[in-house]
Ligand binder design. Structure first.
Ligand code: UDP
Length: 310
């Protein structure tokens, strides 16, 4: 099977490319490297099953493929704040062009959507039927609303053209290949703890998140690409072990044996208070379950940061 992965040089995309190639699929990895990195796909370069195309996913492409996985987008609040217009373009025009590739090839389409479509949720845990609470003009709107548009466009292609699509709403994911300057909480806390610097907790640290290790997510994505029962569905994907940001800081300190202090900084505008996925649909449709314990996952990221060149 030949698969187009947009955003294939990014954190999650590169792990998906690894998995697809290791299962014997041919992969076309498209990335403009605005947040992706060539080092993420260095192990695949030269493999006859893998081709890297340096291009912006917001532009049209012509390609023969059996599956399209559309992941291209900045995904950290720091990145999508800095690249707000690019984020909106790749999730609107980019989704359109990726959908067109899928439509012309009668290929199955996987949209990497996000828990951010739920905004600052008034319901917890969040189930797929919940329509969310999003500020359309706040600093996160470029990502949240663009992903909501991407979902609406994908749903329209399903209705109008009978496209076979699956929408995955991905919750906080972490793992090796997150960038040092990514700005998200896991790399920030780990790097601060390793360096013995104060750990920057935004707000009072009582806001919650649920963290999924990247291998678990990629297993779910791989199943979603191959499972007929997933077609036409919107599925949450993540880990449902919820914790406060302060609890995460403690876990990171424990694992690294760090004596770092905690320093409190202002909570970014529209930062969701709570986030935890309901995973019943993923379990039922994909027979999938997140398996990696938080501590195991954090340890693997610590090791990776210690080995990876700064
Ligand atoms: N956060 C924090 N310190 C940091 C980075 C993030 O306290 O150095 C908080 C952030 O305010 C949010 C949570 O950690 O409540 C998760 O933030 P992240 O940027 O990882 O992802 P989000 O879930 O907000 O998209």
């Amino acid at each position: 099977m030949k698969v187009l992965v947009t955003g294939g040089a990014g954190f999650i995309g590169s792990h998906l490319c690894d998995r697809l190639v290791s299962e014997g699929h041919d992969v076309v990895c498209l990335d403009n490297l605005c947040t992706g990195e060539l080092s993420n796909i260095a192990q695949l370069q030269g493999n006859p099953r893998f081709r890297f195309v340096l291009a912006d996913a917001a532009l049209p492409i012509t390609l023969e493929v059996d599956r399209v996985a559309h992941l291209a987008s900045p995904a950290s609040p720091v990145d999508y704040g800095r690249l707000a217009v690019e984020t909106m373009m790749v999730n609107s025009l980019g989704t359109y062009h990726a959908l067109e590739v899928a439509r012309k090839n009668k290929a199955r389409f996987l949209l990497a959507s996000t828990s951010e479509v739920y905004g600052d949720p008034l319901e917890s845990p969040q189930e797929e039927e919940y329509n969310g609470n999003v500020n359309p003009i706040g600093p996160r709107a470029c990502y949240d609303e663009a992903k909501r548009f991407a979902e609406a466009l994908t749903s329209s292609y399903q209705r109008i053209y009978g496209l076979h699509a699956v929408i995955l709403r991905i919750f906080n994911t972490f793992g090796p290949r997150m960038r040092r300057e990514d700005g998200r909480v896991v790399p920030n806390f780990i790097l601060q703890a390793i360096a013995g610097q104060p750990i920057t907790v935004y707000g009072d640290g009582t806001q919650t998140r649920s963290f999924c290790y990247v291998d678990d997510l990629v297993e779910g994505m791989y199943r979603a690409l191959h499972t007929d029962a997933a077609v036409g569905e919107v599925i949450n994907m993540g880990n449902d072990e919820e914790m406060t940001v302060l609890e995460l800081a403690d876990r990171v300190k424990e694992i690294t044996g760090s004596g770092s202090s905690i320093t409190y900084q202002p909570l970014p505008e529209d930062d969701p208070r709570k986030r935890r996925p309901r995973l019943e649909k993923a379990r039922a449709l994909l027979g999938w379950e997140p398996e990696v314990e938080l501590e195991d996952g954090l340890r693997r990221v610590v090791e990776w940061f210690q080995k990876a060149p700064a």
